[in-house]
Structure formats: structure tokens, C-alpha cells
Design a protein around this ligand. Structure first.
Ligand SMILES: [Zn+2]
Length: 308
């Protein structure tokens, strides 16, 4: 879960309402909070899991995911890499989208994840069984995926366990064919939340691509004294330092509205002179906005703890 920016889909109002309730002290808002969280989860399982028409984003990167949850497919000469499998409701649409683009699911050799929350890894088990792909994940996210148990501060729903074939650490690379992805630990949203980078070629130019792993603070999660994720505040602070240092040209993320996918796709199809997903300013602005929200919550919690 990482739903914080306005949606362009018809259900934006419901989610917008759910998230607008998040400004007050959590301790006095528990019933409202539960309601908003369950509403968001229900939407992610329903309309949010509907497949969008798949398309080539840039170079050898394709979008095969849903309206509110990303899944990116990376083509290499030695097979395919799938980044995120989404909810179980997404599985059939995901497979259909891969085939629609002319790819074969059995050519998926590696399954990666943005972060170990149900809405990004719940489909791992089915997809792994369908393809025989190797599952790779970072640190504590690898533990969560293997156990099928959410270990993040959000205490979100669990999923079917699936073995992780390779556990990565910060800075490790994953190579298939001519493509190498680098894993950047961006902990906070989950403990092993992973931002991936790679380069693509388009129009004889090389571009650095970022797939943001997750930056938001889920509703109800506290930064101070968090016993489910000790050190979460420091982890988020480090995450924003890491993200700001990535000089990405191409901005992609784990929920399509975060990187304005629908609007950029329309621009692309209307014949924009440059691929609209090349958006270095948009990426840095997004990171700055997310960091500002983190700092605001941190300050609010400190102020509350002083007035207690
Ligand atoms: Zn999440």
C-alpha cells in the first residue's frame, strides 16, 4: 500500500476521502482509521486490480500491471524479469497482459519486488509456480515473502508463502542477459523496501531508470516508539537521502498514479516529441514532496509527545 497522490481513475474520490482523514492523531481516530484502511484495501482488490492495456514504457521496459498497482516486465536476450506480481486478483490479467505483448510467461526467469506488502507480492506464489522463475528479494522483505507474513509497521494482510531463491542486500545487482538491475535499500515503508535502478537505451541515448519501492507512511503507522519496526524514523530519513542521490531520468514506481502513468501514456500516444516517462524533475519533485510529508509527521508526533 502506498496511496497518497490523487488518482485519475473514477475511484479517486473514495480513496481521496480515505486519505484525507489521516491528519489527526491516530490514537483518537482508531475506528475511522480502520474504516479507511479497509476501504482502501477493498478498492485495491477490486477496481485497483483491474488490468490496464499493456504497453511499452521505454526501451525494453513494459507495463503489464493494473489500474492502481504496478507490474513491470523487462525484456532481455535471455528471458524476462518481472518486477512485482500484485494482488491475487491481478494474476489472470497479468498473465494475459504479458501474452498480449507477445511474450511467454514461461520465459520469466526472475521475479523481483518493490516491497513486501500483499498488494505487490501476493501473486508471487502463483506466478512462480506458473513460470519456474527464481524469486529474489532484499533482506527483511525476503524473510516476509518466504514466511508469507507481513513484517512491516503497517501490519497488513499476509499471503501465500513462497521460497526466495536469492536474498539480496543493499547495493547488490541482478543480471539477466544484457540487463543489470541494482537494488537500493529504501527501508521504512517495509523493512526491506527496494528501489531498483537500471539503464535503458532509447533513440541512441542511455537513460537511468528508477523504480521507486515505496515512500509513504501507511495510515496508523507511528514513527516514534514503533515496536513493529524499531528505527523506522531513521530508516525513512536514510531512504530520502538515498532517493535524492539517484540521478534518474526515467521515473517509475510501484503504484502508477505516483509517477503519473496515465497522463504520460496519453502524451506518449499523442506523439510527444520526447518519451514523457523521461522525467528527472518529476522524480526529484516526488521525492521532495514525500520527504516533506515524512518530516511533517515526524514533527507532529514530537509535538504530541511533548504535550502529553
Ligand atoms: Zn505498500
Amino acid at each position: 500500500m502506498d496511496l497518497i497522490r490523487p488518482f485519475v481513475t473514477t475511484w479517486s474520490l473514495v480513496l481521496g476521502l480515505a486519505f484525507s482523514l489521516g491528519c489527526q492523531s491516530v490514537s483518537t481516530q482508531a475506528p475511522e482509521l480502520d474504516n479507511a484502511v479497509s476501504q482502501t484495501r477493498a478498492m485495491l482488490r477490486a477496481e485497483g486490480s483491474h488490468p490496464v492495456e499493456p504497453f511499452r514504457v521505454i526501451g525494453n521496459i513494459y507495463y503489464v500491471g493494473a489500474t492502481a498497482i504496478s507490474a513491470h516486465l523487462i525484456e532481455t536476450r535471455d528471458g524476462l524479469i518481472l518486477l512485482d506480481t500484485g494482488t491475487r486478483e491481478m494474476s489472470a490479467g497479468l498473465l494475459a497482459n504479458i501474452e498480449k505483448l507477445g511474450f511467454r510467461p514461461q520465459d520469466i526467469k526472475i521475479i523481483l519486488s518493490s516491497h513486501a506488502h500483499w498488494d505487490h507480492v501476493e501473486g508471487h506464489a502463483a506466478m512462480q509456480k506458473r513460470t519456474g522463475a527464481r524469486v529474489m528479494a532484499l533482506g527483511e522483505d525476503a524473510i516476509a515473502i518466504t514466511r508469507g507474513i507481513d513484517n512491516s509497521a503497517a501490519d497488513a494482510p499476509d499471503w501465500e508463502p513462497i521460497g526466495v531463491d536469492r536474498t539480496l542486500k543493499d547495493g547488490d545487482t541482478v543480471t539477466l542477459g544484457e540487463v543489470t538491475l541494482r537494488a537500493h535499500l529504501t527501508s521504512g515503508h517495509t523493512k526491506g523496501c527496494t528501489t531498483w535502478t537500471m539503464t535503458v537505451q532509447e533513440d541512441d541515448q542511455e537513460h537511468l531508470v528508477v523504480f521507486v519501492g515505496g515512500t509513504s507512511i501507511n495510515r496508523g503507522v507511528r514513527l516514534l516508539g514503533n515496536t513493529r519496526h524499531p528505527g523506522i524514523e531513521d530508516n525513512y530519513a536514510q531512504t530520502f537521502r538515498t532517493l535524492k542521490q539517484i540521478q534518474a531520468d526515467v521515473f517509475l514506481s510501484q503504484h502508477p498514479h505516483l509517477h503519473g502513468m496515465a497522463e504520460k501514456r496519453i502524451q506518449m500516444e499523442a506523439g510527444a516529441p520526447q518519451n514523457p516517462f523521461i522525467d528527472p524533475e518529476g522524480y526529484q519533485e516526488f521525492v521532495a514532496e514525500e520527504e516533506a510529508k515524512f518530516v511533517a509527521q515526524s514533527e507532529r508526533e514530537r509535538a504530541e509527545s511533548r504535550s502529553d
